[in-house]
Design a protein around this ligand. Structure first.
Ligand code: EPZ
Length: 420
């Protein structure tokens, strides 16, 4: 497994192009199961999660191939309707094949996702939504076994805002017989991107961008070419890293509306941001003001960027509290930051970072994708050498991160280690 070796203290200066959104790609890729033919997804990020999903689609009979940042998918011949544990254990989003397979073929067998490093992540809303559309679902031997003669439109209300459950049920509803109303649907930009792609495929969806989606089922959808929306979490990560190193960085290929909450918090912390179209330039010259963050569903501050904020606050002129209302236990990065000299207290759903601390390099362990990003930012801020282990986590969602950081002036190299 690879590790990063980082010499801290360098300012990040220069420009970086943001990739397409991992979580939009993962929502859009399974749409190929809704219609036979050749799809092209442009601006697809070249990262581990896309590779994993491509292999999963391959096991179903789809020819999926990433050429640069264009994903080619040919779903003309589907040969299997089972998503085995070996794929699903690597990535929860594998469950997104359930809705499309049910909608188009009437049956599917998908492994229940494994656990996750930041707490329980149930899939009950996915299953309840599909059952409301007429699926018969049982759980046997760790597998979800689902079947239906034909899905039928219905009104399903999501108890809580769920990106994944909205993605799964929305895809299924596009081929269900009759009208479906989804209320309390997730508003995340990745859901909107999926809905727009489904419309291009011939789906009849109204209310896109709102929490109420009205879908009239159709009999047939068609393959399309679509461009993936920029990755708002990658953009947030580079903005926070730039501010944390008192740098001067320009991001290209960003949708500023998708990160309004983050921009607001960075300005409160004392950063200067110049937003022009799809370009954002951030500069920071002083230690940040302490700014509290509460992670909540979009358009609030995203849970996927709260770990990065905690790292940034390590140099704040006071204490800042980071709360996560979506994943109350998503603070696995705290003990690792403490190894760098951080003083952080955690409660049941938050942590308080006491800033103004001198950080010194250490060996730290990645625990999940966004925790890894937090450790990279803290290592860039620390004096001396840090080693960040198990960076396969970060490779899941950040294309060529060490090359991009090197180009911005960071002293970071990847080293292959036999450590397991
Ligand atoms: C998506 O996960 C993202 N993943 C996550 O990003 C992100 O953290 C999360 O949304 C929240 O924004 C992808 O898009 C592939 P949810 P998802 O369903 O869909 C509960 C990253 O770093 N819930 O919106 O799994 C759940 O426990 C990843 O890129 C149920 O109770 O999240 C959580 O508390 C990590 N039952 C809340 O809803 C369900 O059936 C929101 O989860 C489903 C979810």
């Amino acid at each position: 497994m690879d590790k990063f070796i980082v010499e801290g203290g360098n300012r990040l200066v220069g420009s970086v192009k943001i990739s397409g959104a991992k979580n939009a790609s993962l929502a859009m890729m399974p749409t190929c199961l809704l219609a036979p033919g050749v799809f092209h997804l442009e601006n697809t990020p070249n990262n581990r999660d896309v590779w994993t999903f491509s292999r999963l689609l391959g096991s179903l009979g789809v020819h999926a191939e990433l050429n640069g940042n264009t994903l080619f998918m040919d779903s003309s011949t589907i040969t299997s309707f089972e998503a085995p544990y070996e794929h699903v254990k690597k990535m929860r989003a594998s469950i997104y094949v359930l809705g499309p397979l049910l909608a188009r073929y009437g049956h599917a067998k998908v492994s229940l996702p494994g656990g996750c490093n930041f707490g329980p992540r149930p899939v009950d809303l996915h299953l309840k939504g599909l059952e409301k559309l007429g699926a018969e679902i049982t759980v046997e031997g760790g597998y979800i076994v689902a079947q239906t003669k034909r899905l039928k439109g219905a009104h399903f209300h999501f108890d809580i805002s769920s990106v994944g459950a909205t993605v799964n049920v929305l895809m299924a509803a596009t081929l269900a017989e009759g009208h479906t109303t989804l209320t309390n649907a997730a508003l995340e930009p990745e859901v909107t991107a999926l809905a727009r792609m489904l419309q291009k495929m011939g789906a009849k969806i109204e209310g896109i961008g709102t929490t109420t989606l009205e879908i009239d089922g159709v009999d047939v959808l068609k393959p399309v070419t679509e461009v993936t929306t920029p990755d708002r979490i990658e953009a947030a990560t580079y903005l926070i890293a730039a501010a944390a190193t008192k740098g001067d960085v320009t991001l290209h290929n960003v949708n500023p509306y998708h990160i309004a909450a983050i921009i607001q918090k960075l300005e409160e912390a004392g950063a200067e941001l110049d937003v022009t179209g799809e370009t954002i330039r951030i500069t920071m010259s002083d230690d940040p003001n302490p700014v509290d963050v509460t992670a909540a569903p979009y358009p609030s501050y995203p849970t996927d960027a709260q770990a990065q904020w905690a790292a940034f606050m390590l140099h704040a002129k006071g204490a800042a509290t980071i709360k996560d209302t979506i994943y109350p236990t998503r603070f696995g990065y705290v003990p690792e930051l403490q190894r760098l000299g951080a003083r952080i207290e955690t409660t049941e759903n938050s942590c308080t970072v006491h800033g103004g601390r001198r950080l010194t390099g250490a060996t730290v362990m990645s625990s999940d994708l966004r925790a890894s990003a937090s450790l990279v930012i803290a290592a860039l801020m620390a004096e001396g050498t840090s080693e960040i282990l198990r960076v396969y986590h970060i490779d899941r969602g950040y294309e060529s991160i060490e090359q991009r950081l090197q180009a911005l002036g960071a002293n970071i190299v990847r080293s292959r280690t036999e450590e397991f």
